[in-house]
Design a protein around this ligand. Structure first.
Ligand SMILES: NC(=O)c1ccc[n+]([C@@H]2O[C@H](COP(=O)([O-])OP(=O)(O)OC[C@H]3O[C@@H](n4cnc5c(N)ncnc54)[C@H](OP(=O)(O)O)[C@@H]3O)[C@@H](O)[C@H]2O)c1
Length: 265
């Protein structure tokens, strides 16, 4: 993987780098020699990852502790992006799940999801883009989900915010390709990370997920970075996830899958 050459070089900013896919992006990009800026709320995890990556790969790694559900947190990261003007890769990865019927989930939690998955993503892209366009290089990588292609009754807000990422990325990509800036909406399926162990996800009353549908984070990140060498906008890593994304668009298949997953312990 470390032999993959990306078509740009310079500092990369990754949100949600304290765990899971974000941490894996940090590890892969550090191995490729990218200086990093890591964003998340858990500063201790960011700092120990930064120390480890600097020691192992000799790259400069900075950390920004920030809650992207808060105005203060978003402004902090926006300001860094705008003032530095040298970021070549923005990975909008921070996110969380909160399964359950919409009317049962606390509205503050749902509003926070809109802030982290939509508002922060849009504002960080807006802050990062002018310098990328001016230098005719760089990439925006938005972590969406295969859930974007389905309409699960137990995670209406989650799938809707992820669909926003897919749609927004598609539109941005059309306008930015002639300017030399790549845009990707990465759509993973069930991936082994901290996602399903967070306090937010603990509210879920969704169905258990069959074991064969899970995949590792390193494969997701490898597929995403490989695709960044080209101009593919919607990246669905792994054949199982591609099948799931297709089935999700067929109401009959969705009903069958829902019935089946309800029976899995
Ligand atoms: N795992 C899956 O099955 C799966 C499938 C499809 C898509 N995804 C997407 O993949 C992305 C990464 O999730 P993951 O699976 O790697 O889960 P994870 O291990 O729980 O990582 C989530 C990251 O987001 C950060 N984060 C959450 N809320 C935040 C906030 N308010 N402000 C700043 N950072 C915040 C967390 O850091 P702190 O807690 O330290 O703030 C953490 O670093 C998410 O966008 C998720 O929706 C995951």
């Amino acid at each position: 993987m470390s032999e993959i050459k990306l078509p740009f070089s310079g500092p990369a900013l990754i949100t949600g780098a304290s765990s899971g896919l974000g941490e894996e992006f940090a590890r892969r990009l550090a191995a490729l020699g990218f200086p990093l800026i890591l964003v998340a709320r858990r500063e201790n995890l960011l700092r120990s990852l930064a120390d480890e990556l600097t020691a192992r790969h000799g790259v400069k790694v900075e950390v920004i502790p920030a809650d992207l559900a808060s105005e203060e947190g978003i402004v902090k990261v926006e300001t860094v992006l705008r003032e530095r003007g040298d970021i070549v890769l923005l990975v909008n990865n921070a996110g969380f799940g909160a399964g359950g019927s919409f009317y049962r989930i606390d509205m503050t939690l749902q509003r926070n999801m809109i802030r982290v998955h939509v508002e922060a993503v849009a504002r960080l892209i807006r802050a990062a883009l002018p310098s990328m366009v001016e230098r005719k290089t760089g990439a925006i990588l938005n972590v969406a989900s295969v859930a974007a292609f389905s309409t699960p009754p137990k995670s209406a807000m989650y799938s809707a915010t992820k669909l926003w990422n897919v749609s927004f990325s598609r539109s941005l990509a059309q306008g930015l390709r002639p300017k030399g800036v790549r845009v990707q909406a990465l759509c993973p399926g069930f991936t082994v990370t901290g996602f399903h162990d967070t306090p937010e996800y603990a509210t879920s009353d969704g169905v258990p997920i069959p074991r064969f549908l899970w995949g590792p984070a390193d494969k997701v990140v490898a597929a995403s970075l490989k695709a960044l060498r080209g101009h593919k906008v919607i990246v669905i890593p792994g054949w199982k996830n591609k099948v799931m994304a297709r089935l999700a668009r067929m109401p009959f298949a969705t009903a069958v899958v829902r019935r089946f997953t309800r029976k899995v312990a």
